[in-house]
Write a protein that binds this ligand. Structure first.
Ligand code: GLA
Length: 387
């Protein structure tokens, strides 16, 4: 695997040491089920063939030396102290503190991050990085941590490092990915059921070229609004809320709740459509999801709307929608696999003409979730307990 070789070479070049641990952590796209994971709703993401690869070796004491080939940065510090570290590297002391609470005592670590997962494009690069960082600390320290426990640590570290109160979808998708399948995840239980994608279906990723920063506060604002809607209905969350109840709510809470309630229904129908091979219906549901995210939840932007409009109008497309939190980043399209090359070329050139050179269209494939590559190949999502 060339990613593995480059990670080993980069680690040697930056530290002088051979890595004792190498981890692959993929990104994800969400096919449908947006902004419902913090209401215990169902989601349908898949881990994709774009990943971070992290190589690591032990260091004396509590030292941290972290190189990111993706950011072109190097950070040095101590496992017990976040101050002075750039935000991305502050994940290491936060992860160490979370592990100590799990009864694991991490040792010092030198670590090199590389790979082909774009950062900040809405493909869950932060969850992939946190999972790789936690797993590297665990493995370098000679400990073990089960997949469930690892997934459970991610939201608190993400919130503390990046200031964003994310839901549970991203770590569950990054850890639970299955080659050839999307994952039907009930975020109320964390249970993920693989749903094979038919061979006739391909998933296109359309990078709008616009970037968002979730800590700008708009993700938090939407989350607060929809939580306020649940409270106004006397509910803990909107998982069981109904469309009729939404009309009791003032603006903008009514619209926020309408999105969540209708999106939960769409996910259930989309899983059934996919399982039945009804790709036209699956595509329609993707289009309806985008409309709701644009109109009711107000998390789209003009570049994403243009991407969805152009992609959705292509003859190969069943449907398209923004993916992830929104406010910039990427859209996904469900397309006929036989016409994938034509879709990439034609939608790519139409989008560049409309949006400029920053956008990009490619095909993404569903892959297995995060895994240890060195010293032995092993999935990190397996539910074994620590010792
Ligand atoms: C971000 C968060 C997820 C989820 C999506 C929106 O990706 O990390 O938990 O809330 O936004 O569906």
């Amino acid at each position: 695997m060339s990613d593995l070789k480059s990670a080993i070479d980069l680690h040697r070049a930056s530290t002088g040491d051979d890595p004792t641990v190498v981890i692959r952590a993929p990104g994800r796209v969400n096919l449908i089920g947006e902004h419902v994971d913090y209401h215990r709703g169902p989601v349908l993401p898949m881990a994709i063939d774009r990943a971070l690869v992290v190589a690591a070796s032990p260091l004396e004491g509590n030292r941290i030396v972290a190189h990111s080939a993706l950011l072109g940065e190097c950070a040095e510090g101590l496992l017990g102290d976040r101050s002075g570290l750039p935000v991305w590297a502050s994940v290491l002391p936060l992860a160490a503190a979370a592990l100590r609470r799990e009864g694991i005592t991490p040792t010092g670590i030198a670590l090199t991050v590389c790979g082909d997962l774009p950062i900040g494009a809405g493909l869950s690069s932060s969850a992939a990085w946190i999972i790789a960082a936690v797993a590297a600390l665990v493995e370098v320290s000679g400990s073990r941590l089960g997949g469930d426990a690892l997934a459970a640590l991610v939201p608190e570290i993400e919130r503390a490092a990046f200031g964003v109160p994310c839901g549970t979808m991203d770590p569950l998708a990054v850890l639970g990915g299955r080659a050839g399948c999307a994952l039907s995840i009930d975020t109320a239980t964390g249970i993920a059921i693989p749903v094979p994608l038919p061979n006739s279906l391909a998933i296109a990723l359309i990078d709008s070229g616009t970037r968002r920063s979730l800590d700008e506060g708009r993700y938090v604002e939407r989350r607060r609004e929809s939580e306020a809607a649940a409270r106004a209905l006397g509910r803990a969350d909107l998982r069981e809320a109904t469309w009729t109840e939404c009309s009791q709510l003032p603006a903008p809470l009514g619209d926020r709740a309408r999105h969540v309630v209708s999106e939960i229904a769409r996910v259930k129908e989309a899983v059934a459509a996919l399982a039945a091979g009804d790709l036209p219906r699956f595509g329609e549901l993707l289009g309806a999801s985008h409309e709701s995210l644009r109109g009711h939840y107000e998390v789209s932007n003009s570049a994403l709307d243009a991407a969805v409009e152009i992609a959705g109008a292509h003859p190969a497309a069943f449907g398209a929608r923004l993916t992830g939190a929104g406010f910039g980043g990427c859209a996904v399209a469900a397309i006929a696999a036989a016409d994938a090359d034509r879709f990439v070329a034609e939608v790519g050139s139409q989008l560049s003409a409309r949006l400029g050179a920053g956008c990009n269209v490619s095909i993404v494939r569903p892959v297995d979730g995060a895994e240890l590559l060195v010293p032995t190949r092993r999935p990190l999502g397996a539910p074994e307990r620590g010792h």
